[in-house]
Design a protein around this ligand. Structure first.
Ligand SMILES: *[C@@H]1O[C@H](CO)[C@@H](O)[C@H](O)[C@H]1NC(C)=O
Ligand SMILES: *[C@@H]1O[C@H](CO)[C@@H](O)[C@H](O)[C@H]1NC(C)=O
Length: 323
């Protein structure tokens, strides 16, 4: 008999775990983290004298990629997991897996199987990247990106085109944006938390507004980008500078102008807060506010967008990034 269970209670104390509506465990991590993926039979389960057969796989499309197979004292690890995965073996019926130093390829859905003869178990869990979704439009202005431009625009900002799921999570976290943007599945959508007239109507429900799948070459919109944790550090040069002077000021500190994705990551994931407008690498001027206050984005925590000023305006500081 196979029972599909999620052993939630033991792990509720860990802050980086959530559950989907279907009850699938989600573990949130950043690239470089060591990740523990819990999987064990109920404490009351029968004890197998031959040891349990444990199998971990990663589900990718129609393929299952083998990670680890364990039978009694035999352990086989596969491919890139050979030196990076191990079983915790907390007790006889534990199949908890640790993966060290996760990279971008490791994010996705995992399957744990414990074959015991009596109380078999199959659990799926999802390893999700901690990150932040942000809307992006270039200097050219609103609705100028076809899908391929959108991919390039996110990439230039140290990000990728966000998935539907990532935008949905961002909307649940309060993201409200009234311009439609590309998502990685080729659809065009925008998140509304405060329904109003110009954004689909004031009598409508909050949610993701969906324009559906659009022609990737001929349709032009903004884009929603997703960026993961920040490895480096952002600093501010507090002078009145032109854009070329700002680039130079960062170079003088052994740094470069920060990309938009790096600014969003610092704001969202590290609470970066600075009420000074500064140049970023794409020629935009922005500032990060995580503690809203008088004259500094009073009503909401946000990365404020000043615009794409003339590059020769000697008006703004510089946000520099050092890895
Ligand atoms: C991951 O584990 C290894 C080995 O125990 C340790 O050296 C490393 O610092 C850990 N990394 C993180 C991010 O905790
Ligand atoms: C950068 O590092 C300094 C000093 O280590 C720290 O005070 C600051 O908060 C960091 N900035 C960001 C954006 O993480």
């Amino acid at each position: 008999m196979i029972s599909i269970t999620c052993l939630a209670l033991l792990y509720l104390s860990l802050a980086n775990i959530a559950y989907t509506a279907e009850g699938r465990m989600q573990i949130f991590a950043s690239p470089g983290d060591n990740v523990t993926m819990p999987c064990q039979l109920k404490p009351s389960s029968s004890f197998s004298f031959n040891g349990n057969r444990i199998k971990w796989t990663k589900i990718e499309g129609d393929d299952d990629i083998d990670i680890l197979l364990s039978m009694g004292s035999h352990n086989i690890k596969y491919g890139k997991y050979e030196n990076r995965a191990h079983l915790k073996n907390i007790h006889e019926n534990d199949a908890t897996l640790v993966i060290y130093n996760v990279d971008l390829d490791d994010f996705g859905i995992y399957k744990c199987e414990i074959i015991n003869g009596m109380d078999d178990l199959i659990v799926e869990l999802e390893l999700r990247m901690i990150g932040v979704v942000f809307p992006y439009s270039p200097r050219l202005g609103r609705y100028n990106l076809n899908f391929h431009d959108a991919e390039a625009a996110c990439s230039e900002q140290e990000a990728v085109v966000a998935s539907f799921e990532q935008l949905y999570q961002a909307w649940k976290g309060g993201l409200d944006w009234c311009n439609a943007g590309w998502l990685s599945d080729g659809t065009v959508q925008y998140p509304i938390t405060k329904p109003r007239e110009p954004c689909g109507g004031s009598n409508t429900q909050a949610g993701l507004r969906n324009y559906g799948r659009r022609d990737k070459s001929n349709s032009r919109f903004d884009v929603f980008c997703f960026t993961a944790g920040l490895n480096g550090n952002i600093t501010f040069v507090n002078e009145k500078l032109t854009l070329p002077e700002a680039e130079q000021a960062c170079q003088n500190e052994g740094a470069v102008l920060a990309k938009v994705g790096q600014m969003f990551a610092a704001w969202k994931l590290k609470g970066y807060d600075r009420c000074d407008a500064g140049w970023l690498a794409d020629g935009s001027v922005r500032y990060p506010i995580s503690k809203p206050r008088m004259k500094c984005s009073l009503t909401e925590s946000a990365v404020r967008f000043v615009g794409f000023p003339e590059k020769k305006h000697k008006l703004y500081g510089a946000y520099c990034y050092k890895a």
